[in-house]
Ligand binder design. Structure first.
Ligand code: UD1
Length: 420
Protein backbone atom coordinates (compact mmCIF):
# COMPACT_ATOMS: atom_id res chain seq x y z
CA UNK A 1 0.00 0.00 0.00
CA UNK A 2 1.36 3.42 -0.98
CA UNK A 3 2.17 5.93 1.72
CA UNK A 4 2.74 9.69 1.72
CA UNK A 5 5.60 11.36 3.54
CA UNK A 6 5.02 15.04 4.25
CA UNK A 7 7.64 17.34 5.70
CA UNK A 8 5.81 19.97 7.69
CA UNK A 9 6.89 23.42 6.71
CA UNK A 10 5.92 26.91 5.76
CA UNK A 11 2.83 28.38 4.15
CA UNK A 12 1.29 26.96 0.98
CA UNK A 13 1.92 29.34 -1.87
CA UNK A 14 1.18 29.22 -5.60
CA UNK A 15 -1.48 28.33 -8.17
CA UNK A 16 -3.11 25.04 -9.09
CA UNK A 17 -6.01 23.83 -11.20
CA UNK A 18 -9.06 22.18 -9.63
CA UNK A 19 -10.35 18.96 -11.20
CA UNK A 20 -13.88 17.98 -12.20
CA UNK A 21 -16.20 16.89 -9.41
CA UNK A 22 -16.00 13.24 -8.39
CA UNK A 23 -19.45 13.27 -6.83
CA UNK A 24 -21.00 14.74 -10.01
CA UNK A 25 -19.08 12.48 -12.33
CA UNK A 26 -20.17 9.24 -10.62
CA UNK A 27 -23.96 9.68 -11.04
CA UNK A 28 -23.51 11.25 -14.48
CA UNK A 29 -21.49 8.23 -15.65
CA UNK A 30 -24.26 5.98 -14.30
CA UNK A 31 -26.81 8.12 -16.17
CA UNK A 32 -25.07 7.45 -19.50
CA UNK A 33 -26.83 4.09 -19.36
CA UNK A 34 -30.11 5.92 -20.03
CA UNK A 35 -29.04 7.21 -23.43
CA UNK A 36 -30.05 5.52 -26.69
CA UNK A 37 -27.18 7.16 -28.56
CA UNK A 38 -23.51 7.64 -27.60
CA UNK A 39 -22.85 10.37 -25.05
CA UNK A 40 -19.72 12.43 -24.29
CA UNK A 41 -18.77 13.45 -20.76
CA UNK A 42 -15.88 15.90 -20.25
CA UNK A 43 -13.80 17.20 -17.33
CA UNK A 44 -13.72 13.83 -15.56
CA UNK A 45 -11.29 13.79 -12.66
CA UNK A 46 -8.49 11.22 -12.91
CA UNK A 47 -9.39 9.21 -9.79
CA UNK A 48 -9.69 5.62 -8.65
CA UNK A 49 -13.44 5.97 -8.07
CA UNK A 50 -13.92 7.12 -11.67
CA UNK A 51 -11.82 4.21 -12.92
CA UNK A 52 -13.99 1.88 -10.82
CA UNK A 53 -17.23 3.31 -12.27
CA UNK A 54 -15.87 3.00 -15.83
CA UNK A 55 -14.76 -0.58 -15.05
CA UNK A 56 -18.27 -1.31 -13.79
CA UNK A 57 -19.87 0.05 -16.99
CA UNK A 58 -17.37 -1.92 -19.11
CA UNK A 59 -18.03 -5.09 -17.12
CA UNK A 60 -21.69 -4.76 -18.09
CA UNK A 61 -20.70 -4.59 -21.77
CA UNK A 62 -21.03 -0.83 -22.38
CA UNK A 63 -18.58 0.58 -24.94
CA UNK A 64 -16.40 3.07 -23.06
CA UNK A 65 -13.80 5.13 -24.96
CA UNK A 66 -11.63 7.35 -22.81
CA UNK A 67 -9.44 10.00 -24.45
CA UNK A 68 -6.27 11.42 -22.97
CA UNK A 69 -8.00 14.65 -21.91
CA UNK A 70 -10.25 12.72 -19.50
CA UNK A 71 -13.36 12.94 -21.58
CA UNK A 72 -15.23 9.75 -22.28
CA UNK A 73 -17.66 8.52 -24.91
CA UNK A 74 -20.09 5.87 -23.73
CA UNK A 75 -22.43 3.77 -25.83
CA UNK A 76 -24.87 1.83 -23.66
CA UNK A 77 -26.45 -0.12 -26.51
CA UNK A 78 -23.87 -2.88 -26.24
CA UNK A 79 -24.94 -3.86 -22.69
CA UNK A 80 -24.88 -7.61 -22.06
CA UNK A 81 -24.85 -7.92 -18.26
CA UNK A 82 -27.29 -6.36 -15.81
CA UNK A 83 -25.21 -6.90 -12.69
CA UNK A 84 -22.98 -4.69 -10.53
CA UNK A 85 -20.81 -7.36 -8.88
CA UNK A 86 -19.65 -7.47 -5.26
CA UNK A 87 -15.97 -7.10 -6.26
CA UNK A 88 -16.63 -3.60 -7.62
CA UNK A 89 -19.37 -2.46 -5.21
CA UNK A 90 -17.24 -3.33 -2.19
CA UNK A 91 -14.54 -0.92 -3.37
CA UNK A 92 -17.01 1.87 -4.13
CA UNK A 93 -20.44 2.26 -2.54
CA UNK A 94 -21.46 4.75 -5.24
CA UNK A 95 -21.86 1.72 -7.55
CA UNK A 96 -25.44 1.66 -6.17
CA UNK A 97 -26.06 4.59 -8.54
CA UNK A 98 -26.39 2.22 -11.50
CA UNK A 99 -29.51 0.66 -9.93
CA UNK A 100 -32.04 3.37 -10.90
CA UNK A 101 -30.91 3.95 -14.49
CA UNK A 102 -30.39 0.24 -15.27
CA UNK A 103 -33.84 -0.63 -13.99
CA UNK A 104 -35.50 2.29 -15.77
CA UNK A 105 -33.93 1.53 -19.15
CA UNK A 106 -33.75 -2.29 -19.15
CA UNK A 107 -36.39 -3.34 -16.63
CA UNK A 108 -33.89 -5.31 -14.55
CA UNK A 109 -30.86 -4.71 -12.37
CA UNK A 110 -28.80 -6.75 -9.91
CA UNK A 111 -26.56 -4.74 -7.64
CA UNK A 112 -24.50 -6.14 -4.83
CA UNK A 113 -25.81 -4.80 -1.52
CA UNK A 114 -23.33 -2.14 -0.37
CA UNK A 115 -22.23 -2.68 3.22
CA UNK A 116 -21.49 -0.08 5.85
CA UNK A 117 -18.18 1.70 5.84
CA UNK A 118 -15.79 3.43 8.20
CA UNK A 119 -17.91 6.57 8.49
CA UNK A 120 -21.23 4.88 9.32
CA UNK A 121 -23.84 2.27 8.49
CA UNK A 122 -25.03 4.01 5.29
CA UNK A 123 -28.25 2.14 4.47
CA UNK A 124 -29.96 2.23 1.03
CA UNK A 125 -33.55 1.76 2.23
CA UNK A 126 -34.72 5.07 0.76
CA UNK A 127 -33.36 4.16 -2.69
CA UNK A 128 -35.22 0.84 -2.58
CA UNK A 129 -38.51 2.17 -1.17
CA UNK A 130 -38.60 4.88 -3.85
CA UNK A 131 -38.07 2.39 -6.68
CA UNK A 132 -40.77 0.14 -5.21
CA UNK A 133 -43.16 3.10 -5.16
CA UNK A 134 -42.46 3.38 -8.91
CA UNK A 135 -43.58 -0.21 -9.41
CA UNK A 136 -40.30 -2.10 -9.13
CA UNK A 137 -40.26 -5.53 -7.53
CA UNK A 138 -37.19 -5.79 -5.35
CA UNK A 139 -35.75 -8.70 -3.44
CA UNK A 140 -32.47 -9.15 -1.65
CA UNK A 141 -30.91 -12.49 -2.42
CA UNK A 142 -27.40 -13.79 -1.68
CA UNK A 143 -26.18 -10.29 -0.92
CA UNK A 144 -27.63 -8.84 -4.12
CA UNK A 145 -30.45 -6.36 -4.67
CA UNK A 146 -32.46 -7.87 -7.52
CA UNK A 147 -34.86 -5.34 -9.03
CA UNK A 148 -37.37 -5.96 -11.82
CA UNK A 149 -39.97 -3.84 -13.57
CA UNK A 150 -42.74 -5.20 -15.80
CA UNK A 151 -42.79 -2.59 -18.54
CA UNK A 152 -41.80 0.99 -17.77
CA UNK A 153 -41.55 2.21 -14.18
CA UNK A 154 -44.55 4.32 -13.15
CA UNK A 155 -44.36 7.90 -11.95
CA UNK A 156 -45.01 8.26 -8.20
CA UNK A 157 -45.17 10.81 -5.41
CA UNK A 158 -42.20 10.06 -3.17
CA UNK A 159 -41.35 11.71 0.12
CA UNK A 160 -37.84 10.90 1.32
CA UNK A 161 -37.76 11.07 5.12
CA UNK A 162 -34.01 11.83 5.19
CA UNK A 163 -32.23 14.21 2.84
CA UNK A 164 -30.05 11.85 0.84
CA UNK A 165 -27.88 12.69 -2.13
CA UNK A 166 -27.58 9.15 -3.48
CA UNK A 167 -31.28 8.25 -3.22
CA UNK A 168 -32.30 11.56 -4.82
CA UNK A 169 -29.92 10.80 -7.71
CA UNK A 170 -31.00 7.18 -8.13
CA UNK A 171 -34.70 8.04 -8.08
CA UNK A 172 -34.22 11.01 -10.40
CA UNK A 173 -32.43 8.78 -12.93
CA UNK A 174 -35.25 6.22 -12.67
CA UNK A 175 -38.01 8.84 -12.94
CA UNK A 176 -36.79 10.45 -16.17
CA UNK A 177 -37.79 7.31 -18.14
CA UNK A 178 -40.85 6.37 -16.03
CA UNK A 179 -44.38 6.66 -17.36
CA UNK A 180 -46.05 9.85 -16.14
CA UNK A 181 -45.12 12.30 -13.41
CA UNK A 182 -42.81 11.67 -10.47
CA UNK A 183 -42.53 14.10 -7.57
CA UNK A 184 -39.48 13.78 -5.31
CA UNK A 185 -40.11 15.62 -2.03
CA UNK A 186 -37.40 16.49 0.50
CA UNK A 187 -34.88 16.00 -2.30
CA UNK A 188 -31.19 16.73 -1.73
CA UNK A 189 -30.20 20.12 -3.16
CA UNK A 190 -26.47 19.36 -3.36
CA UNK A 191 -24.91 20.92 -6.46
CA UNK A 192 -23.92 17.48 -7.70
CA UNK A 193 -27.65 16.61 -7.87
CA UNK A 194 -28.14 19.84 -9.83
CA UNK A 195 -25.27 18.92 -12.20
CA UNK A 196 -26.83 15.49 -12.79
CA UNK A 197 -30.25 17.08 -13.44
CA UNK A 198 -28.74 19.48 -16.00
CA UNK A 199 -27.02 16.58 -17.75
CA UNK A 200 -30.30 14.62 -17.83
CA UNK A 201 -32.08 17.67 -19.30
CA UNK A 202 -29.37 17.94 -21.96
CA UNK A 203 -30.23 14.29 -22.78
CA UNK A 204 -33.90 15.26 -23.23
CA UNK A 205 -35.37 14.76 -19.73
CA UNK A 206 -38.11 17.03 -18.34
CA UNK A 207 -37.28 18.11 -14.79
CA UNK A 208 -38.68 21.09 -12.88
CA UNK A 209 -37.56 22.44 -9.53
CA UNK A 210 -33.85 21.80 -10.14
CA UNK A 211 -31.89 23.09 -7.14
CA UNK A 212 -34.94 22.94 -4.83
CA UNK A 213 -36.14 20.22 -2.46
CA UNK A 214 -39.05 19.32 -4.75
CA UNK A 215 -38.19 17.80 -8.11
CA UNK A 216 -41.05 17.26 -10.55
CA UNK A 217 -40.21 14.94 -13.42
CA UNK A 218 -42.31 14.19 -16.51
CA UNK A 219 -41.06 10.85 -17.76
CA UNK A 220 -40.10 10.53 -21.43
CA UNK A 221 -39.89 7.38 -23.57
CA UNK A 222 -36.25 7.76 -24.48
CA UNK A 223 -33.18 9.90 -23.94
CA UNK A 224 -30.37 10.71 -26.35
CA UNK A 225 -26.68 11.51 -26.13
CA UNK A 226 -25.21 14.94 -25.52
CA UNK A 227 -21.87 16.53 -24.65
CA UNK A 228 -21.66 17.42 -20.98
CA UNK A 229 -18.89 19.08 -18.97
CA UNK A 230 -18.68 18.09 -15.28
CA UNK A 231 -18.70 20.94 -12.69
CA UNK A 232 -15.55 21.70 -10.64
CA UNK A 233 -15.01 19.69 -7.46
CA UNK A 234 -16.18 21.87 -4.56
CA UNK A 235 -14.67 19.55 -1.94
CA UNK A 236 -11.24 19.52 -3.60
CA UNK A 237 -11.51 23.32 -3.82
CA UNK A 238 -12.42 23.57 -0.14
CA UNK A 239 -9.69 21.16 0.89
CA UNK A 240 -6.88 23.18 -0.75
CA UNK A 241 -8.28 26.44 0.62
CA UNK A 242 -8.44 24.99 4.13
CA UNK A 243 -4.91 23.58 3.81
CA UNK A 244 -3.72 27.04 2.78
CA UNK A 245 -5.51 28.64 5.74
CA UNK A 246 -4.04 26.13 8.21
CA UNK A 247 -0.51 26.88 6.93
CA UNK A 248 -1.03 30.68 6.93
CA UNK A 249 -0.57 30.56 3.15
CA UNK A 250 -1.65 32.31 -0.04
CA UNK A 251 -3.01 30.25 -2.95
CA UNK A 252 -4.96 30.73 -6.16
CA UNK A 253 -7.17 27.92 -7.43
CA UNK A 254 -8.19 27.96 -11.09
CA UNK A 255 -11.06 26.24 -12.97
CA UNK A 256 -13.35 26.55 -9.96
CA UNK A 257 -15.66 29.28 -8.68
CA UNK A 258 -16.93 30.74 -5.41
CA UNK A 259 -20.64 30.02 -6.02
CA UNK A 260 -20.10 26.32 -5.32
CA UNK A 261 -18.89 26.59 -1.73
CA UNK A 262 -20.39 29.61 -0.03
CA UNK A 263 -20.83 27.99 3.40
CA UNK A 264 -17.16 26.97 3.39
CA UNK A 265 -15.89 30.39 2.27
CA UNK A 266 -17.89 32.09 5.05
CA UNK A 267 -16.17 29.87 7.63
CA UNK A 268 -12.74 30.48 6.10
CA UNK A 269 -13.35 34.24 6.30
CA UNK A 270 -14.38 33.78 9.93
CA UNK A 271 -11.03 32.03 10.43
CA UNK A 272 -9.31 35.18 9.17
CA UNK A 273 -8.81 34.37 5.48
CA UNK A 274 -8.94 37.08 2.82
CA UNK A 275 -10.81 35.62 -0.14
CA UNK A 276 -10.96 37.09 -3.63
CA UNK A 277 -12.39 35.55 -6.76
CA UNK A 278 -13.31 35.84 -10.41
CA UNK A 279 -15.59 33.79 -12.67
CA UNK A 280 -13.29 30.77 -12.69
CA UNK A 281 -10.84 31.24 -9.83
CA UNK A 282 -10.65 31.73 -6.07
CA UNK A 283 -7.70 32.96 -4.07
CA UNK A 284 -7.12 32.83 -0.34
CA UNK A 285 -4.55 34.86 1.57
CA UNK A 286 -3.93 34.52 5.31
CA UNK A 287 -1.41 37.39 5.17
CA UNK A 288 0.86 35.24 7.32
CA UNK A 289 -1.60 35.10 10.23
CA UNK A 290 -2.54 32.09 12.31
CA UNK A 291 -6.18 31.05 11.67
CA UNK A 292 -8.82 31.56 14.36
CA UNK A 293 -10.73 28.43 15.41
CA UNK A 294 -14.28 28.27 14.00
CA UNK A 295 -17.36 26.39 15.16
CA UNK A 296 -19.53 24.61 12.65
CA UNK A 297 -22.26 22.04 12.23
CA UNK A 298 -22.58 19.81 9.15
CA UNK A 299 -25.96 19.56 7.42
CA UNK A 300 -27.33 19.00 3.90
CA UNK A 301 -26.62 21.66 1.23
CA UNK A 302 -26.58 24.66 1.36
CA UNK A 303 -25.29 24.26 4.93
CA UNK A 304 -21.74 23.22 5.78
CA UNK A 305 -20.81 19.94 3.98
CA UNK A 306 -19.92 16.83 5.96
CA UNK A 307 -17.21 16.22 3.33
CA UNK A 308 -15.34 19.34 4.61
CA UNK A 309 -15.69 18.62 8.32
CA UNK A 310 -12.46 16.64 8.80
CA UNK A 311 -10.34 19.28 7.01
CA UNK A 312 -11.76 22.06 9.23
CA UNK A 313 -11.13 19.95 12.32
CA UNK A 314 -7.46 19.72 11.27
CA UNK A 315 -7.30 23.48 10.66
CA UNK A 316 -8.89 24.16 14.07
CA UNK A 317 -6.25 21.93 15.65
CA UNK A 318 -3.61 24.61 14.94
CA UNK A 319 -5.86 27.67 15.24
CA UNK A 320 -6.11 30.31 17.91
CA UNK A 321 -8.90 29.54 20.39
CA UNK A 322 -11.45 26.72 20.59
CA UNK A 323 -13.87 25.56 17.88
CA UNK A 324 -16.77 23.16 18.21
CA UNK A 325 -17.43 20.82 15.29
CA UNK A 326 -20.78 19.01 15.19
CA UNK A 327 -21.25 16.15 12.70
CA UNK A 328 -24.92 15.45 11.95
CA UNK A 329 -24.80 13.40 8.72
CA UNK A 330 -22.71 10.30 9.46
CA UNK A 331 -22.50 8.72 12.91
CA UNK A 332 -18.82 7.80 12.88
CA UNK A 333 -17.19 10.60 10.96
CA UNK A 334 -15.03 12.09 13.69
CA UNK A 335 -12.70 9.11 13.95
CA UNK A 336 -9.75 11.01 12.50
CA UNK A 337 -9.47 13.02 15.73
CA UNK A 338 -7.71 10.12 17.43
CA UNK A 339 -4.95 10.30 14.81
CA UNK A 340 -4.82 14.10 15.15
CA UNK A 341 -4.46 13.76 18.93
CA UNK A 342 -1.55 11.35 18.34
CA UNK A 343 0.07 14.27 16.53
CA UNK A 344 -0.33 16.52 19.56
CA UNK A 345 -3.76 18.03 18.84
CA UNK A 346 -6.05 18.86 21.73
CA UNK A 347 -9.45 17.52 20.67
CA UNK A 348 -12.14 16.20 22.97
CA UNK A 349 -14.97 14.06 21.64
CA UNK A 350 -18.46 14.32 23.14
CA UNK A 351 -20.96 12.26 21.16
CA UNK A 352 -21.12 13.74 17.67
CA UNK A 353 -19.21 16.87 18.71
CA UNK A 354 -15.47 17.53 18.62
CA UNK A 355 -14.22 20.33 20.82
CA UNK A 356 -10.96 21.48 19.31
CA UNK A 357 -8.55 23.72 21.19
CA UNK A 358 -5.82 24.93 18.90
CA UNK A 359 -2.13 24.34 19.59
CA UNK A 360 0.71 26.32 17.94
CA UNK A 361 2.08 23.33 15.92
CA UNK A 362 1.50 19.60 15.67
CA UNK A 363 4.21 16.94 15.86
CA UNK A 364 4.83 14.49 13.05
CA UNK A 365 3.82 10.85 13.60
CA UNK A 366 2.95 7.83 11.49
CA UNK A 367 -0.83 7.99 10.97
CA UNK A 368 -3.39 5.90 9.17
CA UNK A 369 -6.16 7.10 6.85
CA UNK A 370 -9.58 5.56 7.52
CA UNK A 371 -11.69 7.22 4.85
CA UNK A 372 -11.36 9.69 2.05
CA UNK A 373 -11.91 13.02 3.81
CA UNK A 374 -10.29 11.88 7.06
CA UNK A 375 -7.15 11.21 5.05
CA UNK A 376 -7.23 14.75 3.66
CA UNK A 377 -7.31 16.02 7.24
CA UNK A 378 -4.20 13.98 8.07
CA UNK A 379 -2.39 15.50 5.10
CA UNK A 380 -3.34 18.98 6.36
CA UNK A 381 -2.08 17.99 9.81
CA UNK A 382 1.20 16.83 8.25
CA UNK A 383 1.62 20.25 6.62
CA UNK A 384 1.54 21.97 10.02
CA UNK A 385 3.53 19.40 11.99
CA UNK A 386 7.20 19.54 12.93
CA UNK A 387 9.01 16.65 11.26
CA UNK A 388 8.06 14.01 8.70
CA UNK A 389 4.48 12.71 8.87
CA UNK A 390 3.88 9.34 7.26
CA UNK A 391 0.28 8.84 6.12
CA UNK A 392 -0.55 5.18 5.54
CA UNK A 393 -3.46 3.67 3.53
CA UNK A 394 -3.59 6.54 1.10
CA UNK A 395 -5.67 4.54 -1.35
CA UNK A 396 -8.49 6.42 0.36
CA UNK A 397 -7.00 9.73 -0.84
CA UNK A 398 -6.54 8.45 -4.37
CA UNK A 399 -10.27 7.73 -4.52
CA UNK A 400 -11.04 11.43 -4.30
CA UNK A 401 -8.04 13.71 -4.89
CA UNK A 402 -6.44 13.87 -8.32
CA UNK A 403 -2.62 14.02 -8.14
CA UNK A 404 -2.67 15.31 -4.57
CA UNK A 405 1.08 15.18 -4.11
CA UNK A 406 1.82 16.90 -7.45
CA UNK A 407 -0.65 19.67 -6.62
CA UNK A 408 0.82 20.15 -3.14
CA UNK A 409 4.33 20.18 -4.62
CA UNK A 410 3.20 22.99 -6.94
CA UNK A 411 2.18 24.86 -3.77
CA UNK A 412 5.68 24.43 -2.33
CA UNK A 413 5.15 21.37 -0.13
CA UNK A 414 7.86 18.78 0.43
CA UNK A 415 5.76 15.64 -0.06
CA UNK A 416 6.49 12.31 -1.67
CA UNK A 417 4.75 9.03 -2.33
CA UNK A 418 6.41 5.87 -1.17
CA UNK A 419 5.19 2.91 -3.17
CA UNK A 420 4.50 -0.27 -1.22
C1 UD1 B 1 -22.96 11.43 -0.88
C2 UD1 B 1 -21.54 11.74 -1.24
C3 UD1 B 1 -20.68 11.80 0.03
C4 UD1 B 1 -21.28 12.78 1.03
C5 UD1 B 1 -22.75 12.47 1.28
C6 UD1 B 1 -23.44 13.53 2.13
C7 UD1 B 1 -21.30 10.75 -3.43
C8 UD1 B 1 -20.70 9.68 -4.27
N1 UD1 B 1 -21.04 10.70 -2.12
O1 UD1 B 1 -22.97 10.14 -0.27
O2 UD1 B 1 -19.37 12.23 -0.35
O3 UD1 B 1 -20.58 12.70 2.25
O4 UD1 B 1 -23.46 12.42 0.02
O5 UD1 B 1 -23.32 14.79 1.56
O6 UD1 B 1 -21.95 11.64 -3.93
N2 UD1 B 1 -29.39 7.41 4.28
C9 UD1 B 1 -30.39 6.57 4.74
N3 UD1 B 1 -31.02 5.75 3.83
C10 UD1 B 1 -30.71 5.75 2.51
C11 UD1 B 1 -29.71 6.62 2.04
C12 UD1 B 1 -29.06 7.45 2.97
O7 UD1 B 1 -30.69 6.54 5.93
O8 UD1 B 1 -31.33 5.00 1.74
C13 UD1 B 1 -28.69 8.30 5.25
C14 UD1 B 1 -27.18 8.02 5.35
O9 UD1 B 1 -26.89 6.95 6.23
C15 UD1 B 1 -26.66 9.35 5.86
C16 UD1 B 1 -27.61 10.37 5.18
O10 UD1 B 1 -28.76 9.63 4.75
O11 UD1 B 1 -26.80 9.45 7.25
C17 UD1 B 1 -27.01 11.08 3.99
O12 UD1 B 1 -26.45 10.12 3.12
P1 UD1 B 1 -26.44 10.34 1.54
O13 UD1 B 1 -26.71 11.78 1.25
O14 UD1 B 1 -27.29 9.33 0.88
O15 UD1 B 1 -24.92 10.02 1.21
P2 UD1 B 1 -24.35 9.34 -0.11
O16 UD1 B 1 -25.21 9.66 -1.28
O17 UD1 B 1 -24.01 7.93 0.17
Amino acid sequence: MDKLIIKGGGPLSGEIRISGSKNSALPILAATMLSETPIQIGNLPHLNDITTMLALLRSMGLAVTLNEKMSVEIDANTITEYTAPYELVKTMRASILVLGPMLARYGRANVSFPGGCAIGSRPVDIHLRGLEAMGAVIEVDEGYIRARSHGRLKGAHIFMDTVTVGATENLLMAAVLAEGETVLENAARELEVVDLAHCLCAMGAHIEGIGTDKLVIQGVKSLKGCEYHIMPDRIETGTFLTAAAATRGHVKLKDTHPGILESVLIKLEEAGAHISFGDNWISLDMKGNRPKAVSLKTAPYPAFPTDMQAQFTAMNAVSEGTGTVVETIFENRLIQIHELNRMGANIRLEGNTAIVTGVERLKAAPVMATDLRASASLVIAGLVADGDTLVDRIYHIDRGYECIEEKLQLLGVNIRRVPS
